[in-house]
Write a protein that binds this ligand. Structure first.
Ligand code: PLP
Length: 387
C-alpha cells in the first residue's frame, strides 16, 4: 500500500524523524572517556521531565514492566504488604507481578472505567494504624481503559492518614504527556518507558526515585541483581552504566529530551489535552461512549466502547487492512468491547484528523449508524477554534 501505516496506538508512539536520525549512529565504546558527556546530562535532564530536583533518574535496558519490579525489589522486604487498586489490564499486571514476587498484595477491585477512589484510600490507610502497608501502587494512566487517576489526590489521602508508605506511580503512559509532578506530589518511585511520551522505540525503562526510596535500597533485603539500583548508582556517578549501554537509544533519548524541553512541559500537557478533547468531540458526534466514566478521561488514550452486538475487533481489522491505520485493541476483559485511539507523543491537529477520518470510514464499513463526516466535523470545529 502506498503512503505509510499511521500509528494511533497508545505506544509505541510515532518517533520524530529528528529522533530517528539521532539514533542512526555507529556503535561506540560505552567505556570511553567521552561516554559520560552523553549520559550524565541525559540523566540530569530526565529529572526535569519527572519534575524533581531531589530525586534521581535511572535508565535500564528494559521496558516499563521492569520499572514496576525495580521499585518493588529495591525498596521493600520479602512478604511486605502493598496496596493496589485494580481497574484495568496494567494495574492488573502490576498486581500480578507483586503477587508473583511474593509480596502480600492487598487488592481492591474498581470498576473498569474509573480509577483510584481517594476516599476509600484515605479510610483504608487510616485503619492501618500499625503501618503494615509499605507501599501504595498507583497506576496514573490506565492505558487499557483510558482512565487517569489523581496522583496529587493520592498524596493528599496518604498525608491525611499520616501514612508513611512509599508512593510508587506507574506513569508509563502519562509521563512527558500528562501533568506529572514527582516532588510536588511526593512520589517515591516514578516509572516510565521509552515508547510513549518519550517518543522512542521500546527498550528503556526510565525511572526516578526519591531520596527516601534510595535510602531504602541500603536496607531492603529483597534479592535482586540486574535491577539493583545500587549498581546503577555506582556506575552512574561517573557517567557510566553497570552493563553495556544501548548507545543509539541514549542518543535518541538525548534528542527526544531536547524536543520535549524545547516545547516545554506545560505546552506538552496542553497539547495532549487539546488533541484528546478534539478526539472526544468526534466520539460524541458518532454517538459512542468512552470506557472512562465522566471525570476520569485520559488525555493520552481514548478507549471507545462499541454498542452491544458489535465486535470492536472488526473496526480494528478494517482500519488496518483497508485504511492502513493502527488503532489500539481492547485488552483481556474489554477485548472486542473497546477499541482505542492513542493521542500521545508526536501528534498534532492534522494527525488526529487523519485518525478520526480513518476510524469514521472503518465504522461506516462495519455498519455503525453514524453520519459520514460527523466526527471529523466536530473535531475540526474544536481544533479550529482552539488553535
Ligand atoms: N504500564 C502501563 C500504564 C502501560 O501502558 C504499559 C504498556 O503499555 C506498561 C505498564 C508496560 O510497559 P512495557 O510494555 O513497556 O513493559
Amino acid at each position: 500500500m502506498a503512503g505509510r501505516n499511521h500509528l494511533f496506538i497508545p505506544g509505541p508512539t510515532n518517533t520524530p524523524h529528528s529522533v530517528l536520525s539521532a539514533m542512526h549512529v555507529p556503535m561506540e565504546d560505552h567505556r570511553s572517556p567521552d561516554f559520560p558527556k552523553l549520559l550524565k546530562p541525559v540523566l540530569e535532564d530526565l529529572k526535569k521531565i519527572f519534575r524533581t530536583e531531589s530525586g534521581q533518574a535511572f535508565i535500564f535496558p528494559a521496558t516499563g514492566t521492569a520499572g514496576w519490579e525495580i521499585a518493588l525489589t529495591n525498596t521493600l522486604n520479602p512478604g511486605d504488604k502493598v496496596l493496589i487498586y485494580r481497574f484495568g489490564q496494567f494495574s492488573h499486571l502490576w498486581m500480578n507481578m507483586a503477587q508473583r514476587l511474593g509480596f502480600d498484595v492487598e487488592v481492591h477491585e474498581v470498576e473498569w472505567g474509573k480509577g483510584i477512589p481517594l476516599d476509600h484510600l484515605e479510610e483504608r490507610l487510616k485503619q492501618d494504624d500499625s503501618h503494615e502497608i509499605k507501599a501504595v501502587l498507583a497506576t496514573h494512566n490506565e492505558t487499557s481503559t483510558g482512565v487517569t487517576s489523581d496522583i496529587a489526590g493520592v498524596r493528599k489521602a496518604m498525608d491525611a492518614a499520616n501514612h508513611p508508605a512509599f508512593l510508587f506511580v506507574d506513569g508509563v503512559s502519562s509521563i512527558a504527556s500528562i501533568e506529572f509532578r514527582m516532588d510536588d506530589w511526593g512520589v517515591d518511585g516514578a516509572i516510565s518507558g521509552s515508547q510513549k511520551g518519550f517518543m522512542l522505540p521500546a527498550g528503556l525503562a526510565i525511572v526516578c526515585f526519591s531520596q527516601k526510596a534510595l535510602k531504602a535500597t541500603e536496607t531492603s533485603t529483597y534479592p535482586r541483581a540486574f535491577f539493583d539500583l545500587k549498581d546503577q548508582m555506582n556506575a552512574n556517578k561517573d557517567g557510566y552504566t553497570p552493563y553495556t549501554a544501548s548507545t543509539p537509544m541514549i542518543h535518541g533519548l538525548r534528542k527526544a529530551l531536547d524536543l520535549l524541553l524545547e516545547e516545554g512541559l506545560d505546552n506538552i500537557y496542553a497539547r495532549h489535552a487539546r488533541l484528546a478533547e478534539g478526539t472526544r468531540k468526534a466520539i460524541a458526534a458518532w454517538g459512542l461512549k468512552l470506557c472512562a466514566q465522566p471525570g476520569w478521561e485520559s488525555n493520552t488514550v481514548s478507549a471507545i466502547v462499541v454498542p452491544e452486538g458489535k465486535d470492536a475487533r472488526d473496526v480494528l481489522s478494517t482500519a488496518y487492512n483497508k485504511y492502513d491505520i493502527s488503532l489500539g485493541a481492547g485488552l483481556t476483559e474489554v477485548a472486542g468491547k473497546v477499541f482505542r485511539i492513542g493521542h500521545i507523543g508526536d501528534m498534532n491537529d492534522v494527525s488526529m484528523l487523519g485518525c478520526i477520518a480513518g476510524v469514521e470510514m472503518a465504522l461506516l464499513d462495519n455498519g455503525y449508524d453514524i453520519t459520514a463526516g460527523s466526527g471529523v466535523a466536530a473535531a475540526i470545529e474544536y481544533y479550529r477554534t482552539t488553535a
